[in-house]
Design a protein around this ligand. Structure first.
Ligand SMILES: Cc1cc2nc3c(=O)[nH]c(=O)nc-3n(C[C@H](O)[C@H](O)[C@H](O)COP(=O)(O)OP(=O)(O)OC[C@H]3O[C@@H](n4cnc5c(N)ncnc54)[C@H](O)[C@@H]3O)c2cc1C
Length: 465
């Protein structure tokens, strides 16, 4: 259980100017920023290999107003990106923080790529729900594992000190000023390490069933497909030090986790023309509104499952994603020569499924309005052979957390910053508002990499003052 140890040792046997708890995208971005300023930093990671939710992700990071966008003729700006975040949350996020992150986003991608060798390129071919411009950057295989590998290699080059199998169990504090941390090693040994600035990069609370029940009851019992080591420690420590929290009910869900396989069937195949049908063979929602809010909608269907139905064109689009190729290898995607074979392979009632496919074709042609409000026009008709995957709704990542300012400083309820505490990524309140529907694709790694970078630079400035 995370705790605060108020009887601070007067002198720690070992001390670093800056400590970062958590070795995911947030922690490694923060550490790189600190090393850019010449600060010695210790990253503490509970696992043997730093992976986190970052390694499970698709690794897509949004950036607005980049030179690559301009070269591709894409009209975008930080203001436009911030407006998209506000629209997706229906105004239920902090507009200043959204703009700050959007303004920093292009710099973050360029800093990681050009400054630290993380291979990020502008992704083409689809637009995630809520984004008004193509602004996603990804690694060559669109993989969070690849992103983590590159961040770790960058950390090694920058001489970041990374200690793995080091679970932080408590913080030392003098009042609300953090003076150090207590770690536990796999053999049970405890060590105390001092610091002058602490960055909480130990993510959210998706791996803490009790907190999920309390704050996100609609996902109680849903599959959690995020990092199990993220147990809400940052929130517990922050609150004990007098910090404010917000949007604790906000989360990133996904309405397309391959049932029984645990591989995400990603949303480009939906937004580019695919659809979902329930066990009755009927559509039940506007799937294109967003994959996050779709999780609870899928779970409300008979058996808590749905079929994502698409075709050969969309199958080819999806082949760029490691996740999709993993789904193919796992046998999670079926292929069917025609509608009758699709009904046979999925077990969906053939007459209803045929009517649903015909209805989608009518909406693509603009002859019919969708009862759920989706606009199917502008996308090609689905055509045989078909592909389909049986999916369920999952919790990927929590979005609520410690309230931070534009420099990732953790704030008290009166808006003043704690003396030397910073947070980013899943540890901090994100920009997704209080529900699942406010999650705009990329919000997770935007807040991880950009708040991580800002926290590192701000901590370095504090140490230099
Ligand atoms: C399947 C999936 C797909 C996703 N795809 C995308 C995407 O394409 N784009 C996007 O923007 N977001 C995506 N996300 C969300 C994104 O992965 C997260 O928002 C992001 O990785 C959070 O980064 P983080 O560094 O804060 O947390 P993490 O990467 O989870 O890192 C936190 C680390 O802290 C460690 N830790 C926790 N507690 C302690 C402790 N007490 N002591 C020591 N170490 C501790 C953990 O072991 C972990 O390694 C996806 C998420 C999932 C699950």
């Amino acid at each position: 259980m995370p705790n605060i140890i108020t009887t601070s040792p007067s002198a720690f046997e070992m001390a670093f100017p800056a400590i970062v708890i958590g070795g995911g995208a947030t922690g490694l971005s923060a550490a790189l920023a600190l090393r850019d300023r010449g600060v010695e930093v210790l990253v503490l990671e509970r696992d043997r290999t730093p992976l986190g939710s970052t390694a499970m992700s698709t690794g897509l990071i949004p950036a607005a107003g980049t030179p690559e966008q301009r070269a591709a003729g894409i009209d975008d700006s930080p203001e436009r990106f911030a407006a998209d975040m506000l629209d997706k949350t229906k105004g239920r996020t902090d507009a200043e923080i959204a703009l700050r992150l959007a303004e920093q986003s292009a710099d973050t991608v360029a800093w990681l790529r050009d400054g630290h060798g993380v291979p990020l390129e502008l992704v083409d071919g689809f637009l995630y729900p809520g984004h008004s411009a193509r602004r996603m950057y990804g690694t060559p295989h669109r993989s969070g594992g690849e992103l983590m590998g590159a961040l770790e290699a960058a950390g090694a080059r920058a001489e970041v000190t990374l200690l793995t199998e080091a679970t932080v169990e408590g913080l030392h504090a003098d009042g609300d000023r953090v003076t150090g941390v207590r770690i536990r090693r796999p053999d049970g040994a405890e060590e105390d390490i001092g610091c002058e600035a602490l960055i909480l990069a130990c993510s959210g609370f998706g791996g803490n069933g009790e907190m999920v029940r309390r704050f996100i009851p609609e996902m109680e019992g849903a599959v959690f497909h995020g990092h199990p080591g993220n147990k809400g420690d940052a929130v517990a420590w922050g609150e004990a030090l007098g910090a404010s929290t917000a949007d604790m009910s906000g989360y990133q869900g996904h309405g397309g986790l391959a049932a029984g396989h645990g591989v995400p069937i990603l949303w480009p195949l939906i937004v580019e023309g695919g659809f979902q049908a329930n066990a009755r063979g009927e559509r039940f929602s506007n799937e294109a509104a967003g994959y996050s809010e779709q999780a609870a909608k899928v779970n409300a269907q008979p058996g808590g499952v749905a079929w994502s139905i698409f075709d050969e064109r969309l199958h080819r689009l999806m082949l760029q994603f490691d996740d999709y190729r993993d789904a193919l290898s796992a046998g999670a995607v079926i292929e069917a020569a025609d509608e009758a074979a699709l009904a046979g392979a999925t077990g969906l009632p053939g007459d209803v499924l045929a009517a649903t496919i015909a209805g989608v074709a009518n909406m693509v042609a603009g002859h019919e309005e969708d009862a759920f409000g989706r606009d199917f026009t502008g996308k090609p008709l689905l055509a045989a052979p078909y592909r389909a995957a049986k999916v369920t709704g999952a919790l990927f990542h929590t979005q609520g957390g410690l309230v931070v300012d534009g420099d990732a400083r953790v704030l008290r309820p009166d808006g003043t910053p704690l003396p030397n505490l910073f947070a980013g990524g899943g540890a901090a309140r994100g920009v997704s508002g209080p529900g699942a529907d406010g999650y705009l694709a990329g919000n997770g790694l935007l807040t991880a990499t950009t708040f991580g970078k800002l926290a590192g630079f701000a901590a370095a400035a504090l140490l230099a003052a």
